[in-house]
Ligand binder design. Sequence first.
Ligand code: HXC
Length: 510
Amino acid sequence: MNEILIELERRREDARAGGDPSRTEAQHGRGKLTARERIELLLDEDSFEEFGMFVTHRCIDFGMERQRPAGDGVVTGWGTINGRLVYLFSQDFRVLGGSVSATHANKICKIMDMAVQNGAPVIGLNDSGGARIQEGVDSLAGYGDVFQRNIEASGVVPQISVIMGPCAGGAVYSPAMTDFIVMVRDSSYMFVTGPDVVKTVTNEQVTAEELGGAATHTRKSSVADAAFKDDVETLAEVRRLFDFLPLNNRAGVPFRPFYDDATRSEMSLDTLIPESPNQPYDMKELILKVADEGDFFEIQEDFAKNIIVGFIRLEGRTIGVVANQPMVLAGVLDIDSARKAARFVRFCDCFGIPLLTFVDVPGFLPGTSQEYNGVIKHGAKLLFAYGEATVPKVTVVTRKAYGGAYVVMSSKHLRSDINYAWPTSEVAVMGARGAAEIIHRADLGDVDKIASHAAEYEARFANPFVAAERGFIDEVIQPHSTRRRVIRAFASLRGKKRSMPWKKHDNIPL
Ligand code: HXC
C-alpha cells in the first residue's frame, strides 16, 4: 500500500513540475508565473480541486510518442473565489508551449460542461503557442469543440478570458466569444495573423506588441476590457471583477455586506454641473459618490472614453452603470461608444444585473467618418440593447438629453422603469442655439436675433419640466440625494418581472 501511495505522490510531483526546472526558470525569466502559481493567486487558499492531472495526448507522429507529459499542457479544475464556485483552466507554457492538442481541448471542454451544468463561471488563463502543430486537424477539432461550448455557455454562465502570454491565430476566437478579456501588459498578445505574415502580405513592419499587445487591444481595437501591469496585479483584479458577477443567469446578483450609508447625501453634487452648458465636468465623480464605498470596476476604461461602463454596488448588490462622459467629446454618442455600451448592457441583461444610466448627451457625433462606418447600425445597437433589456432600469439625467440620443440613453420610451432628472437637465431635440438657427433660418445673419431666439428656446426647453409634465421624467430630484433615490428605486424594483414576446433570438443589428 505504502508503495502505491508513494507512486501516486511521484506522479503528482512529476505533473506539477511541468518538465525540467529550466522551463520554470524560463517562464519566470519572462516575468510570468507558471500555470499553477497563477491558480494559487486566483483562487482562495487550498480551494483548488484538479481534474485530469494525468491526462496525456495520444499523438504518435513526429516523435510525440516519446514525449507524453502528464496534464498535456493545461491545468483544469474548480475552486472558489471569496467562497464562490468557479471552474477554470490554466495553460502551462512550460509543457509543449501550452499548445492545444485534442486531449488538452478535451480537458477544457470537460470543465466548461461542468460549469454550465452546475451554474458557475469559467475563467480561462491563456498562455499558449496555439494549435499543437504535430497533431494537425485533431487540434483544430479540439478548438472547434471549445468554441462551440463558448457559444453554448454564453448568457448561461459568465466567461472570463485572461491573456497571460501568446494567443494567436484561430485560438483568439475562444476568448473573443467570452464576456470579458483581461490582458497582462508587456507579456501577452493576441492576433489572428502575426507580424511575419503581416509583413509578407501587406508589407507593414510591426512588432508583436504593437500588433496585439495590451495597449493595442485596450485603446484601439477594444478587443480587451482591461489590462494590468503583471500577473499578480491582473489576477487580483480578476478576483475583484468576479466578485461583482452573478454565478449564472438564474442566480441573481451576489450580495455582500456593505459598510456605507444607504441614505448618504453628497452635497458636493449640487455644484457638480458647471454654470456654462458647454463646460465639461467629470461624470466619474458622480459614479464614485453614488457607489457603495466608492468602489467602481470600470470596463474598457481606455476605449471610447466618451462613455463610461462598469460595475458598482448599491446596498451590497451589483449594479451595471452606463454614463456619458462630458469630459471627452462632450459625452457624444458615436460608433465606438455605442458598441461599447451596447455590449455591456447586453451582458448585464443576460445575467440579471440591474442598469443605472447617467445621461449627459448632446447627440450623435456628426461626420463622414461616422456615417461611412455605419453609425446608423452601430448606434442602433445601443438603442436595441436598452430596449430589449428586461432587468430593472433606473436613469438619471444630469444635464443634456438631446435628440435621438435622449431616447437611446435608457429613456422611458425604452421601458426604463424609473427616470429621474436633476434640475440642471435639458431634455430637448437639440441645444438652444442649433434649434434657433434651424427654426429661424431667415435670421441667420443677425447675431442678436439668433441670440434672442436661442434664449427663447432655452427658456422653453432647457429644463426637465416639459418632459416631467408629460411623465417622461418621473421626478426632478436634488443632485445631493441621488444615491438615496436610486437605492430606493432599485429596492422597489427587486420583484420586477418582464419578458419579451417569444422568439428564437432577436436580430440585433451587427
Ligand atoms: C507544438 C509548440 C507550439 C505549437 C510552441 N511549441 N508552440 N509545440 N505546437 N503550436 C513548443 C516549442 O516547440 C518549444 O518546445 C516550446 O513550445 C516553447 O516554444 P519556444 O518557441 O521555445 O518559445 P518562445 O520563443 O517563447 O516562442 C513562443 C511562440 C513560438 C511565439 C508561441 O513557440 C511559436 O511561434 N509557436 C508556434 C505558433 C504557431 O504557429 N501556432 C499555430 C498557430 S495556428 P521545446 O521542446 O523546443 O522547448 C493556430 C490555429 C488555431 O493556433 C485554430 C483554431 C481554429
